[in-house]
Design a protein around this ligand. Sequence first.
Ligand SMILES: CC(C)(COP(=O)(O)OP(=O)(O)OC[C@H]1O[C@@H](n2cnc3c(N)ncnc32)[C@H](O)[C@@H]1OP(=O)(O)O)[C@@H](O)C(=O)NCCC(=O)NCCS
Length: 164
Amino acid sequence: MAKRQDSSLKKRFVVDSQVEMTQLVLPNDTNQLGNLLGGRLMEWMDIAAAVSAQRHSNRICVTAGVDNLVFHQPIRLGEVVTLRASVNRAFKTSMEVGVQVVAENQLTGYRKTANTAYFTFVAVDENNNPANVFPIVPQSKEEKRRYREALQRRLMRLRRRKNS
Ligand SMILES: CC(C)(COP(=O)(O)OP(=O)(O)OC[C@H]1O[C@@H](n2cnc3c(N)ncnc32)[C@H](O)[C@@H]1OP(=O)(O)O)[C@@H](O)C(=O)NCCC(=O)NCCS
């Protein structure tokens, strides 16, 4: 089997971690009001974010935490949901993945940002121990802003973890 390269030798870009996932909201995904279940949306977001983290790290990644999960607007039966995920910043063994959810009514063409959240994923090795991940290089202005802000959010998470 090919030997894994030393992570410090590999440069990865945010664009390499990008994931786009599309789902059609069907009756089994909704509550009695015909709105998409929050839990179903969280599951889709978790999967999109996991694929992004794994694309970046080439490792199995587990969800360590989620923050800023806000349901801005309901998503209706029959709408098409597009989830976009990418790694905002990679730390030692963890990564912050940003996920944005856009819902589209295909009869009117109207699109709305329904949801955003930050997921923390940890890469694990063959023994399920945290494993180092490649650094990430932000390129665009937006990527650089997210990269900067991800560090502030990480410091808050570390503080929360210490106090819990
Ligand atoms: C996530 C997990 C692997 C971390 O293991 P651990 O023994 O706590 O490891 P450490 O304390 O060394 O932390 C490893 C990294 O995770 C981060 N981390 C751990 N818990 C975290 C949390 N609640 N929120 C954010 N980051 C967290 C640490 O900051 C550290 O990041 P760094 O290496 O980039 O600095 C472990 O807690 C776990 O397996 N949790 C369950 C995961 C799970 O079952 N998820 C759902 C299904 S995928």
